[in-house]
Design a protein around this ligand. Structure first.
Ligand code: TXA
Ligand code: MG
Length: 348
C-alpha cells in the first residue's frame, strides 16, 4: 500500500498555476511518482515517460499487460522532435485542426529518448496533446512528456470522475488530482498515421466525419476494423466491462409487460424519453435526455456503468444502443465491449 495524496484543484481549474501545492505535484512526477490527472476525455494515470521505473509502475498499478503501449501526453508540438522520427504534412494538418484535443496520433518513433516500456517495444509511439486546462498547465510546468493510460484497473470502465479513480487506485498510486467530471467521457480517437490512408485504431470523440472534413479520402473507409482485427494492441483485451451482466437493446416501442415477468432485479440504462416504457419494479439510470443526444450519452456512459455496479440487488442490466447514428461509432464500440457483444433480439 502506498499513501495516495489527494490534490483538490477544483477551484483552480483555469488558474492551476496559483494552486498552493502545484510544486508538490510537479516534484512527484519528476521523482518518478504516479499521479492521476483529469483530461477532457477520461482521467489518466500519469508518469514521466522517460523514466523506465515510473512507467513500469503504471503497468503494475493498473494490472495492465505490458505489451499494451501507453499514450504520451505533451504540451507543445516542439516536444515531438525529441521522440518522433518525422511528422508528415498531412498529419500536421490534423494536429492543427484538432490539437489540443481528444485525438491521439500514432507516429514513427525516434528511439532513445522515451523509456522502452512506454511503446511496448513497437517502432511507433502514440501521442496526444490534451485540452483540459489542468492537464495543460501540468504538462507545461513539468516539462516532461507524461505517459498516461486511463486511470482504472485494467478491464474496468474508464474513469470520468475523481471518485472512479479513487475507487480503483487508492493505495496503489502516489496521488490523484481531484477535478470535475471529464467533458467528453470517452477516450481519445487513436489514429494510426504510420501508413496512408490513415486508419482509426480506436474510434473516439473526434469522429470519422470530422477527420474526413479536414482530410478527404485520407482516412481508411473500413468500418469496425478495430473490433475484428485490432490495430491498437489494447483493443484485443477485455475492456470497459461492469460487473453486472449487460445487454444492448435497440428498440422499445411499448411498455414492457410486468405481469409475465419479475423486473425487480433488472436495471435499464437509457434516454429519459424511453422511461415511460419501463416497469416500475426495475431500476433506471439516465444516459441522455433524448434518443439522439450522442454527446450526452458519451459523456455519461462510464459514469452509468460505474453507477450500475453500485446498485443493490441487480442481476442483469440493459442499455439503449443508440442505433442508426453516424456519429455514435465510439459509443457503439465501447458499449459492445461493455456488453460483451450481447444484444436483445426479440425476447427480453
Ligand atoms: O483519452 C485517452 O486517450 C486517455 C487519456 C488519459 O489521454 N488515455 C487512454 O490510454 O485511453 P489507454 O492506455 O487506456 O489507451 C491507449 C490505446 C491502447 O488501445 C493502446 O493499445 C493504443 O492506444 N496504442 C498506444 N500506443 C500504440 C502504438 N504505438 N500503436 C498502436 N496502438 C497504440
Ligand atoms: Mg484504457
Amino acid at each position: 500500500m502506498v499513501k495516495t495524496t489527494i490534490w483538490d484543484v477544483r477551484e483552480y481549474t483555469n488558474n492551476l498555476i496559483d494552486y498552493p501545492y502545484l510544486s508538490e505535484i510537479i516534484a512527484t512526477y519528476r521523482q518518478g511518482g504516479l499521479v492521476a490527472l483529469p483530461t477532457e476525455t477520461v482521467y489518466g494515470l500519469g508518469a514521466d515517460a522517460t523514466n523506465e521505473e515510473a512507467v513500469q509502475g503504471i503497468y503494475q498499478a493498473k494490472g495492465r499487460p505490458s505489451d499494451n503501449p501507453l499514450i504520451v501526453h505533451i504540451y507543445d508540438t516542439k516536444q515531438l522532435e525529441d521522440f518522433v522520427e518525422n511528422v508528415s504534412e498531412t498529419t500536421e494538418r490534423l494536429m492543427e485542426a484538432f490539437w489540443p484535443g481528444p485525438i491521439t496520433f500514432i507516429l514513427p518513433l525516434k528511439p532513445g529518448y522515451l523509456c522502452q516500456s512506454v511503446t511496448g517495444g513497437l517502432n511507433s509511439v502514440a501521442v496526444r496533446m490534451p485540452s483540459h486546462p489542468v492537464a495543460r498547465t501540468l504538462l507545461k510546468e513539468v516539462a516532461l512528456p507524461i505517459a498516461a493510460p486511463s486511470a482504472n484497473l485494467s478491464g474496468r470502465p474508464s474513469p470520468t470522475t475523481f471518485e472512479h479513480v479513487y475507487y480503483d487506485l487508492e493505495g496503489r498510486i502516489d496521488g490523484i488530482i481531484q477535478s470535475t467530471q471529464s467533458e467528453a467521457g470517452l477516450e481519445s480517437t487513436v489514429l494510426d498515421c504510420t501508413s496512408f490512408p490513415f486508419r482509426i485504431a480506436r474510434p473516439g470523440t473526434i469522429t470519422r466525419s470530422m477527420l474526413n472534413e479536414i482530410l478527404p479520402n485520407g482516412i481508411d473507409a473500413m468500418r469496425d476494423e478495430s473490433i475484428d482485427k485490432p490495430i491498437a494492441p489494447g483493443m484485443k483485451y477485455k475492456h470497459y466491462a461492469p460487473e453486472t451482466p449487460l445487454k444492448i437493446f435497440e428498440r422499445l416501442n411499448e411498455k414492457l409487460d410486468a405481469t409475465q415477468k419479475d423486473w425487480s432485479q433488472t436495471a435499464f440504462i437509457l434516454p429519459a424519453t424511453l422511461l415511460s416504457y419501463i416497469p416500475k419494479q426495475a431500476q433506471t439510470i439516465i444516459l441522455s435526455e433524448t434518443e439522439s443526444d450522442i454527446k450526452q450519452a458519451n459523456h455519461n456512459l462510464y459514469a452509468a456503468l460505474h453507477q450500475l455496479d453500485q446498485l443493490d440487488g441487480i442481476a442483469h442490466a440493459y442499455i439503449y444502443g443508440y442505433p442508426d447514428h453516424d456519429d455514435a461509432e465510439a459509443l457503439h464500440n465501447r458499449m459492445v465491449k461493455a456488453a460483451n457483444h450481447q444484444f436483445i433480439k426479440g425476447e427480453w
